[in-house]
Each structure stands twice: as structure tokens, then as C-alpha cells.
Design a protein around this ligand. Structure first.
Ligand SMILES: [Zn+2]
Length: 474
């Protein structure tokens, strides 16, 4: 999720979303003992009558198939029909906690998820369903009844009928999605219907669904804008981090800001969704930072367990660098944006220590921007290493070589290995125990970044070559 800025009026909702989900994975921590052979087969039918909905049939294949299920985000389905192998049929209410326990001998479960908010008696929601006509955006966690626990051998097949779907995964040639238990738990964002385009990058594709219509931007302009944002990841990483990712663009009526909100969910591969202002001017998309912020989350590993300040700090920091490296903004502008962000962070947390801010997690502005400051500090220190011209970018490359997931300690170890000394905790300890932005002024002074009446002035200091190197494409 992007750090909010003045003028973004989704701030309160965004804060709530962040508290609930953030841009972070929600992964099953509990693994069931190795299951007997057993799988699940989902048949999803998109229906238009009496309202737009997903009708889901879920067949248990084999005796080892799960009996305990869960709507990760309950509230959309009130009852599930359960069919026994003996021909019996019964209706199970879905309780508020979303748990569904079916009797042994159950052959299949059936339920309907209404996509239209009014059918659910609720407001439209980024997770629970937004859209109109035949184009809808919904998170898997809202509509997909998944096993309560999964194991490394859990598997499922899923087919969608009646609409062109954009799920995080790629179906096989027969249109069957072959999923792991983990895919069902972290099922990402889904699009049903809408219009499609493909953004092609060296060695990667970004599949895009456009949901709803914009009054001033056509689909080709939207996809060109997304191409620009996705390309900016290549100013940070040598190659695009995943061979195929999906992005859903969801038009929000009555909005003139280009991207009021965006989020990445850590499905495998990750899935991104962005709200786009229906009445936004084409020029405003050029200044947008939300799309590149979300796509830049793909450039760092998934940090598990979750450390919000680190993942958000990296994406927030690189949002300004990447746009400068691509030429979309000047280095001066990038510094202005960074300084303005640090200032917002400082205003939000006052004299609290970084440790207090990130431990309590009660200020997303503080969390994002203290994280961004640590990222800047690390990048500068890494570039002092003789012969090291790649700084924090190199840390991300090394981590990517070991897979798409890393621990906090693994991140620190990668920093230290690039630095050739124990740098990570040395820098971090300077931030954690002091007021959150105490390191900012000395760092700016050393780098020759000065606040000026109309922005910033970049002077010449001993460290200014390091500063200038930050904004140069890799
Ligand atoms: Zn983010």
C-alpha cells in the first residue's frame, strides 16, 4: 500500500486497510500434519441473474480432502449447501468467523458469492467487490472458501466459466488453474470481466484487466502508463522480478486523482490492484507515484515474518529514486519528495523513537518514512565501500538470487555481505533508539542536500558524488 500524501482522501480507509492487511502477506502459519491423498476441485460460474455473482461448486476428491474450510474474510456468503456421497443434502450457515466444518462423507459444497454490494447489503469494497456490469474486482480472500489448514501436499484445481477472469495464476491450455494449498490461502486479487491488455518487458509480461471506464484516458494510454511504471523497476533490478504478474485497474467514479489507492497481495506470483480516478486527466498519470510504488514492492523479497517498516521503507524510498533514474522526475524533484515525506513522517510521530513507532505500528506515515530514511542511510553507507557502485540495489539482487522470500535477518546479512562488514545493525541501531528522524539532518548535510525556498539545493560536499550516484540508472 502506498504511503498517503496530502490530498489523498482515502487516507482513513487506507490506514484501516494497512492495519488489516498492508502490502504484506497473510500466510498460513499452521500446517496440518501431512494429509492423506485428497484434493479439491473448484468450479466457478459467473452468473448475471438475478444479480452478478460467482456460483462456486467445490468437490472433495479422495477421503483425505479437507473437511474444515474458511472464508478468510467472511461476510459475503451466509450459507453453504453440502451434498453427501449418500445423496443427502443440507444447508450450513456460515458463522461470523467464516469457519465451515462439513461432515465426513461430504462429496461437494456449493455457494453463491454476490459481487454487487447491494446484494450483500454492504458498501462496495476493494476486497469484497467493486465494479459494474460485467467487470468486477474482488479479493480471493472474500469469495474463495479455502481449506482451514493446508499442507505442502495440498492441491486444488479451479476453473472459471462464463467470464474472462484475471487471477494471479496462469491456467493450463485447458483453462484449468492448478493450485497449491498455499495458493488458496494467499489467493491475491481477482478480476472478472473487463478489458485486457498486456505490458511486455524484457523477459516478463504484465497482464492487465481494466475494470470500468475512464472519461479521459483510453485503455492504450492506461497500459502505456503502466508500462512506464513497470519499466522503472528495471532502474533498480537487473531483470523484472517475476516472469508474469497481473494488475487490475479499477475505475472509481467521480475521482480526478489518477490513483487514489493501490495494493499488492503476496499471492504466488504477487497480484496488484490499483484504483484509478475515472475523471483524471492524462497528464496527472505522469506524476503518479502509486503504481510504481506498488510494482516496486516486487523488487524486494517478501519479508517473513512481516516487517512493515522494511518493506514499505524500501518501496517508498525507491519510488522517488526510480522515477528520477528513468527521467520521469529530476533528481532535485526526487529530493524534494523525499524531504517532504520525511517531514510528514516526523510530524506524525514527533519525538518518538523509531523503535517505538515501528513496534507499536500505530502510524503508517511514521512507519513508511522511517523505513525510507533507513533505506537511504543504508544505500549511502553501502556506496562508501571502495569499488561498490551499486549500493542497496546489489542487496536486492543478492536476495533475489536466493528466492522470493527472505527473513529480516537474511536481509541484514545481505546488507552486511555487500558492505563487507556488519553494517545493517550498526546503521539500524543509530535510528531505533533515538527520535525517529534524528539521523536525517546530519545525513542531508553530508550529502549536500539543502532545503531552499522553492525546493532543494544540491550543493557540493565530500559525499555529494554518492548522492548523485543514487539517482543514476543502474
Ligand atoms: Zn507499499
Amino acid at each position: 500500500m502506498p504511503p498517503s500524501r496530502p490530498g489523498l482522501f482515502l487516507v482513513a480507509t487506507a490506514a484501516l486497510w494497512w492495519a488489516l492487511c498492508s502490502c504484506q502477506p497473510v500466510r498460513a502459519r499452521t500446517l496440518a500434519p501431512r494429509e492423506e491423498s485428497g484434493a479439491l476441485r473448484y468450479h466457478v460460474t459467473y452468473v448475471r441473474e438475478p444479480q452478478h455473482a460467482l456460483e462456486v461448486g467445490l468437490v472433495r476428491v479422495g477421503e483425505g480432502a479437507p473437511l474444515e474450510f474458511l472464508f478468510s474474510q467472511p461476510g459475503g456468503v451466509e450459507q453453504v449447501r453440502v451434498f453427501g456421497r449418500d445423496g443427502s443434502e443440507r444447508e450450513l450457515p456460515v458463522p461470523a468467523d467464516g469457519h465451515v466444518l462439513v461432515p465426513p462423507g461430504t462429496r461437494s459444497l456449493h455457494y453463491r458469492y454476490p459481487l454487487e454490494a447491494r446484494s450483500r447489503g454492504r458498501h462496495a469494497g476493494f476486497f469484497t467487490g467493486m465494479g459494474e456490469g460485467d467487470s468486477w474486482h474482488v479479493a480471493g480472500r472474500a469469495w474463495l472458501l479455502r481449506p482451514r489448514t493446508v499442507s505442502p501436499v495440498s492441491s486444488a484445481e479451479l476453473v472459471v466459466e462464463g467470464v474472462d477472469a484475471l487471477l494471479p495464476w496462469e491456467p493450463d491450455e485447458r483453462g484449468v488453474y492448478r493450485l497449491t494449498g498455499e495458493d488458496l490461502v494467499n489467493s491475491g486479487f481477482h478480476g472478472f470481466g473487463g478489458r485486457r491488455c498486456t505490458v511486455r518487458l524484457p523477459g516478463a509480461v504484465v497482464e492487465v484487466a481494466v475494470i470500468g471506464r475512464l472519461s479521459r484516458m483510453d485503455d492504450s494510454a492506461l497500459c502505456a502508463w503502466l508500462h512506464q511504471a513497470a519499466s522503472e523497476v528495471l532502474t533498480v533490478r537487473r531483470s523484472f522480478p517475476y516472469p508474469r504478474v497481473t494488475v487490475r485497474l479499477v475505475a472509481v467514479p467521480g475521482r480526478e486523482d489518477p490513483v487514489p489507492f493501490g495494493m499488492v497481495l503476496w499471492s504466488t506470483p504477487p497480484s496488484i490492484s490499483l484504483l484509478v480516478g475515472q475523471d483524471a486527466e492524462p497528464a496527472s498519470f505522469t506524476r503518479d507515484w502509486v503504481a510504481v510504488h506498488e510494482i516496486l514492492h516486487l523488487a524486494h523479497p517478501v519479508i517473513l515474518p512481516r516487517v512493515a517498516w522494511l518493506s514499505e521503507g524500501l518501496a517508498t524510498y525507491y519510488t522517488e529514486l526510480a522515477r528520477a533514474r528513468s527521467g520521469r522526475q529530476t533528481p532535485e524533484r526526487a529530493w524534494m519528495e523525499l524531504l517532504a515525506g520525511f517531514e510528514r513522517g516526523r510530524r506524525a510521530v514527533g519525538s518518538r523513537t523509531m523503535e517505538d513507532v515501528v513496534t507499536r505500528g500505530d502510524s503508517y506515515m511514521g512507519t513508511y518514512w522511517t523505513g525510507a530514511l533507513v533505506a537511504l542511510h543504508l544505500d549511502v553507507e553501502l556506496r562508501r565501500v571502495p569499488g561498490n557502485t551499486r549500493g542497496l540495489d546489489e542487496v536486492l539482487e543478492r536476495l533475489a538470487a536466493s528466492g522470493s522470500i527472505a527473513t529480516f535477518d537474511g536481509f541484514g546479512a545481505a546488507v552486511d555481505s555487500v558492505a563487507g562488514r556488519p553494517l545493517f545493525h550498526e546503521v539500524l541501531s543509530r535510528h531505533l533508539t533515538r527520535p525517529a528522524f534524528a539521523e536525517l539532518e546530519p545525513l542531508l548535510e553530508a550529502l549536500g542536500v539543502e532545503r531552499a525556498p522553492d525546493g532543494v539545493e544540491l550543493g557540493s560536499t565530500r559525499d555529494s558524488p554518492l548522492r548523485d550516484a543514487l539517482m543514476v540508472p543502474r
